[in-house]
Structure formats: structure tokens, C-alpha cells
Design a protein around this ligand. Structure first.
Ligand code: G1P
Length: 297
């Protein structure tokens, strides 16, 4: 039997972004840029490449800039047209969403990632859906979610992106208790949200890309708060291990944690060095400050 394809994605963007205060007092974290594209644009581009057609944002108070970002901007477009700035115009087109392709639901209180996803339940319906956390930016030849959709078409159930992290970092992640591994796919026999390093079943961490069954939404409905006193997505997925099944997926690509200052800076440097219009000048600059640092030591 062919598995239903994944055409809907949820983008939980209701977080307060406290790690980037004071900037995030006025600017949603997801609008912060890597060079000139907001984090959320990377997430949208990845979803589109994977065949996603409906984009569901779980937002909160203060996130209005995100809605404006996806709208048409007629005055701006007309000005660029007059000035024959065709490349900028094309870039602007990529930000627009067809009417009805994008929907926003509000998470009224910050009760956790699981609760945020649950807020989108009426828009998701009864098919598998993707979840993308825009904080996790993944640079890859084949976009990460596209890799996962392909794997999911074969194994079905619930699929979570996974990668090894240093043991000192396990308490920032959902961690997998891995059974057998076949190629890129890991059989999951347990999952725990943000364990202490000593208690972690492995160092295999969940990264912000998921393909989930509607059963997970059902679980979230009645679920008690977990780690950090929040309703955790990890717990609802773990509850499906004996049900619709859970696998980890080792994606090809490099993940940047843009929810942290260090990860955000690393992504900025890596993306600048990958851009034809910037790389030479930027590499010269980096070399010169490194020489300066060595000379100073
Ligand atoms: C969330 C999830 C966690 C996952 C992480 C990936 O945590 O709860 O399981 O490992 O995203 O980035 P957060 O970063 O929102 O605290």
C-alpha cells in the first residue's frame, strides 16, 4: 500500500526568543536574518522543496511581522519594477504565499512545543504532517525534509531527524534510545526530553524536523506537562513507539542551532562563505582578523 504523501507542515513560531533579547522585544526571532534572508524563509524554502503545499504557523502575540512578511508588498514591488531591480523583485516573489496556502493559529499561552503543535490540530486533519522548527537551519545538498519525505514514503509512521551531539549537550535536546540501525534509519525504542547527561540513553539527539502521524495529535490532547513543566512533543511521539511506530533519520547535511547566539553566528559565517557575491571579500576579512589575533597572542 502506498503511504499518503506529506503536504502540510506546521511551523511553531510562538516562542519568546529570550536568548536574543533585547532584539526580540520588537522583532520575532524568526525574522532575524542570515545575511539577508530571515530564518523563516529558509524553513519555507525547505518545506516547498519537500512538496509541502499548506503552511501552518503557530504564532503568538508580537509575531505580526511574520504575517506581513508573507504578504504581497505592492508599493515595494512597483518601486523595484520602476528601477528595473529584477533580481530583488524575484527574491521578493519567493516570500509570497498563495491565498489559502498559509494559515496562522495562535498559541495563547507558552505551554511548550507539544502544546504549540496541538494548537494546529484542526488544520492538520487526518494525514501525516511535517513539523519544522525554524531555529534549526540545515545546510544540505538535498534539503533535509525532502530526504525525510523520501524515507517516510518507505517506512511510514513517525520519523524524527537525528544527529549525534556531545554528551554535555544532551540536556538541550530530545534524546533517542536507539534499537537497530539500517542505513540512515534508526529504530527508536525510547525517547526522552532533555535528560541529564548521566541519565541519557544515548547521544543521538532529535533535530527540528519531524514527520508525524495524526495519532500524535490525539496523544497531545490529554498529555500532562513533562520536562521543564511544558507539554513536550517528544513525550507524545514516544507514546507512539508501540503504536504507529517511531524511527530516527540521520540526515545528510550540517545543522546550525540558530536558537543560540553561537550557532547563529556560525551559520552567518558559513552562509556568507558559501555565497558567490560575498565569499571572497568575507574570506579576506576573516583571514585578516585571524592574523591579527595570532599576532596579538
Ligand atoms: C525542541 C525539542 C527537542 C529537540 C529540539 C531540536 O527543543 O523539544 O526535543 O531536540 O527542539 O532543536 P527546544 O530547542 O525548543 O528547547
Amino acid at each position: 500500500m502506498t503511504k499518503p504523501s506529506v503536504t502540510r507542515a506546521v511551523f511553531p513560531v510562538a516562542g519568546l526568543g529570550t536568548r536574543f533579547l533585547p532584539a526580540t522585544k520588537a522583532v520575532p526571532k524568526e525574522i532575524m536574518t542570515l545575511i539577508d534572508r530571515p530564518l523563516v524563509q529558509y524553513a519555507i524554502d525547505e518545506a516547498r522543496a519537500a512538496g509541502i503545499e499548506e503552511f501552518i504557523f503557530v504564532t503568538a502575540r508580537g509575531k505580526g511581522a511574520l504575517e506581513d512578511y508573507f504578504d504581497e508588498a505592492p508599493a515595494l514591488a512597483a518601486a523595484l519594477r520602476r528601477q528595473s531591480k529584477h533580481e530583488l523583485l524575484a527574491g521578493l516573489k519567493r516570500t509570497e504565499m498563495a491565498s489559502g496556502a498559509i494559515a496562522y493559529v495562535r498559541q495563547r499561552e507558552p505551554l511548550g512545543l507539544g502544546h504549540a503543535v496541538w494548537c494546529a490540530r484542526h488544520l492538520i486533519g487526518d494525514e501525516p504532517f511535517a513539523v519544522i522548527l525554524p531555529d534549526d537551519v540545515i545546510a544540505a545538498e538535498t534539503p533535509c525534509l525532502k530526504q525525510m519525505v523520501k524515507a517516510h514514503a518507505e517506512i511510514g509512521g513517525n520519523l524524527v531527524a537525528a544527529m549525534e551531539v556531545p554528551r554535555a549537550q544532551v540536556s538541550s535536546h530530545g534524546i533517542l534510545d536507539a534499537g537497530g540501525v539500517r542505513g540512515d534509519v534508526i529504530r527508536v525504542r525510547g525517547m526522552v526530553e532533555k535528560p541529564l547527561p548521566d541519565a541519557a540513553p544515548s547521544t543521538l539527539a532529535v533535530i527540528g524536523r519531524y514527520i508525524l502521524t495524526p495519532e500524535v495529535l490525539g496523544r497531545l490532547g490529554g498529555q500532562a506537562a513533562g520536562a521543564g513543566d511544558e507539554i513536550q512533543l517528544t513525550d507524545a511521539i514516544a507514546a507512539e513507539i508501540g503504536g504507529t511506530g517511531v524511527h530516527g533519520f540521520r540526515f545528510e547535511g550540517r545543522r546550525y542551532d540558530c536558537g543560540s547566539k553561537a550557532g547563529y553566528l556560525q551559520a552567518t559565517v558559513a552562509f556568507a562563505l558559501a555565497r558567490d557575491d560575498m565569499k571572497d571579500e568575507f574570506a579576506d576579512f576573516l583571514n585578516s582578523i585571524m592574523e591579527f589575533r595570532v599576532a596579538a597572542e
